[in-house]
Design a protein around this ligand. Structure first.
Ligand code: PLP
Length: 379
């Protein structure tokens, strides 16, 4: 038996996407910057994928730029925005629960002398009131994630731009949409997002490719200088094979968006109702969060111990955020302690994250195994 409940760490690549990547690697491996036929073919591959991403976000093709991952997209959005607006102010705002690929950029901005404001959750939620209180006329950037990667909390990204405008601030609005893209409805135009980051491997595409949406008219300073690819915003030869796979996977997920959402939602409902049957499980995720991420705790037991016991039974979950597992104890606890959880809760936290290939039977099978592990470890 093998049950993969760690889809927020990464997802399997869809066979259709892998096939597209193989085709590019073996037949259409030209450099999109070359002027001859194979280069033109490679340009077509980029164009097709750009269109597939643009359609999924309902934006224009020219507003999509490929990068190597969402970490790079986040770095580009934050440093690029600040570089281009720094003459208009020194204040920047983000939340204290961002992924390290955003949070660490703001820490670096602090060192460069920017005034960085971190919004902290109040009663478990980041509120629009805290943003209203923090914003000033000289704020040049607000960065807020769409869905928290550890708890599934949905942040109030629909309120941000209005608050920026009411404050008379020139701030750009960046959204790290990695855990929301393809899971909840995110339309940058409707939400008036200026910059948005996504990653292929969280939505059935390969690792090592991401994208950034940059609203037309927004001037972003590039981080990588070189051959001027991606309209000068991101130099470096594009990863055509992975980009092709990302395009195909994105298109597939969006064409069946409602079906997949319904499926994940049913998995969520079943999982939550099962949790309530066991006294030893505490649910940490908010009630109206995203349906694909559920954070639970088994107070008294350490996450890693339970994770490895589950692994021995062929069940894969996360002890928090896989992306931050390099950060050591304090970095890993940051997000859950910001959400107001005690040490006992975050030390025993497990993140279960669903994907389109999970089935209800897997949830049915999960709980007796978890109970067996709990009973054994408690002794
Ligand atoms: N942002 C969030 C919310 C994430 O969950 C992750 C990865 O888990 C990233 C950014 C980084 O994505 P990538 O692995 O593409 O750099």
């Amino acid at each position: 038996m093998s049950i993969y409940f760690d889809n927020s760490a990464t997802t399997p690549v869809l066979p259709e996407g892998a096939k597209a990547a193989f085709e590019v690697m073996t037949n259409n491996w030209g450099n999109p910057s070359s002027l001859h036929t194979s280069g033109i073919e490679a340009q077509h591959i980029l164009k097709k994928a750009r269109k597939q991403l643009a359609l999924s976000l309902r934006v224009e093709e020219r507003e999509i730029y490929f990068t190597s991952c969402a970490t790079e997209s986040n770095n580009l959005a934050i440093f690029g925005a600040v570089e281009s607006l720094k003459r208009r102010g020194r204040r920047v705002i983000t939340t204290a629960v961002e992924h390290p690929s955003v949070y660490e950029c703001f820490k670096a901005l602090e060192e460069r002398g920017f005034e960085v404001i971190y919004l902290h959750p109040e009663n478990g939620r980041i509120t629009e009131e805290s943003l209203k209180a923090a914003i000033t006329k000289d704020t040049i950037l607000v960065s807020m994630m769409a869905v928290n990667n550890e708890t599934g909390d949905i942040l109030p990204i629909d309120k941000v731009k209005k608050i920026i405008e009411r404050a008379g601030s020139p701030a750009l609005f960046h959204c790290d949409a990695v855990q929301g893209f393809g899971k909840i409805k995110i339309e940058p135009v409707k939400l008036r997002i200026d910059l948005l980051s996504i990653s292929a491997h969280k939505l059935y595409g390969p690792k090592g490719v991401g994208a950034i949406y940059v609203r037309k008219g927004v001037n972003l300073k590039p981080n990588l200088l070189g051959g001027g690819q991606e309209s000068g915003l991101r130099s470096g030869t594009e990863n055509t094979a992975s980009i092709a796979a990302m395009g195909v996977a994105t298109q597939k997920i969006f064409s069946d968006f409602n079906t997949y959402s319904r499926k994940i939602s049913e998995l969520y409902d079943l999982f939550i109702s099962k949790c309530k049957e066991y006294d030893f499980i505490k649910i940490n995720s908010p009630e109206n969060g995203a349906k694909h991420i559920i954070n639970i705790s088994l107070p008294g037991l350490r996450s890693e111990t339970v994770l490895h016991c589950l692994e021995q039974e062929g069940i894969f979950v996360s002890s928090g955020s896989a992306c931050s597992s390099h950060g050591g104890e304090t970095k890993r606890a940051r997000v859950l302690s910001e959400y107001g959880f005690t040490r006992e809760i975050y030390d025993s936290a497990l993140r279960i994250s669903f994907g389109i290939f999970n089935e209800k039977e897997e949830i049915e099978a999960f709980f007796p195994v978890l109970e067996k592990i709990y009973e054994r470890l408690k002794r």
